[in-house]
Design a protein around this ligand. Structure first.
Ligand code: NAD
Length: 255
């Protein structure tokens, strides 16, 4: 390892599984101290125990990112435990049930927006309050190819991730002269536990429509491949990268 995040403090949401866990492990291996937040406390405790075994510094916190009070507690923990905050990765997210708008329930729309989008707004607002006075800070949002293209999920997920892209670009632009960088990764198909959040009530029509695009997708990527990209974007090596939405999808959206 090369200490690319030496002395940095990072918050990572959804750190109990998949990409969030991979980022927590890689960032700590590269010298960062990490607040690992997840709704699933058992899983995130395991991730933090693994990190400690490898000599890394991380602390777990049970967080529902759709609740602003929980977001505030997560920010407070970074300062209480590590004395500062440099990096925020808004990664926690859930799938919808692939429903197109004609079959969409209000409940699905609200749930997916609360977890995928409201969360990023609460966290970005809190991060800006923290970063603006010191004119320094990095935010990384995990969006999706569903945030750039129309046929990768149902309407709730697609719209929620398009909103994350908008949040990323607007915030990057607004604070570009304040030492704050905001970028997003748009992952393609990545082997994680995300399908667990889809539930059993998958919309047949929507699922078939989105499946048509799957033929153009290469083999799924790994959470570690997303973590490697994230490491670059949050490090000082990416000092001049701001407002970018980087597809990490093996070329899926290149056609
Ligand atoms: P994952 O299910 O393996 O991990 C997501 C984590 O988020 C889980 O540990 C879960 O407990 C946590 N989480 C869910 N709801 C939460 C809440 N309300 N508060 C706090 N934590 C919560 O999935 P993943 O694939 O690693 O997903 C990470 C991000 O990547 C998500 O935003 C997802 O939309 C995005 N993404 C995934 C893929 C893919 O193919 N896996 C593709 C594009 C984008």
């Amino acid at each position: 390892m090369t200490d690319r995040l030496k002395d940095k403090v990072a918050i990572i949401t959804g750190a109990g599984s998949g990409m969030g866990a991979a980022m927590a492990k890689l960032f700590t291996a590269e010298g960062a101290s990490v607040v690992a937040a997840d709704l699933n406390k058992d899983r995130v405790d395991e991730v933090v125990a693994d990190i400690a075994k490898d000599g890394g510094k991380a602390v777990a916190i049970k967080t529902d990112v759709s609740e602003e009070d929980d977001i505030q507690a997560m920010f407070k923990l970074a300062n209480d435990e590590f004395g500062k905050l440099d990096i925020v990765v808004n990664n926690a997210g859930i799938m919808d049930n692939m429903a197109p708008v004609g079959n969409l329930t209000d409940e699905m729309w609200k749930k997916v927006f609360a977890v995928n989008t409201d969360s990023v707004m609460y966290s970005t607002r809190a991060a800006i309050k923290e970063f603006l006075p010191k004119k320094q800070g990095v935010i990384l949002n995990i969006a999706s190819v569903g945030g750039t293209n129309g046929g990768r999920a149902g309407v709730a997920y697609t719209a929620s991730k398009h909103a994350v892209v908008g949040l990323t670009k607007n915030t990057a632009y607004m604070y570009q002269n304040d030492g704050i960088r905001v970028n997003a990764i748009a992952p393609g198909g990545i082997k994680t536990n995300i399908a667990e959040s889809m539930g059993k009530n998958v919309d047949k029509f929507g699922f078939e429509r989105q499946s048509q695009g799957m033929g153009a997708s290469p083999e799924p990527g790994t959470a570690e491949e997303i973590a490697n990209t994230a490491l670059f974007l949050v490090s000082d090596e990416a000092r001049y990268v701001n407002g970018a939405v980087l597809p990490v999808d093996g070329g899926w959206t290149a056609y």
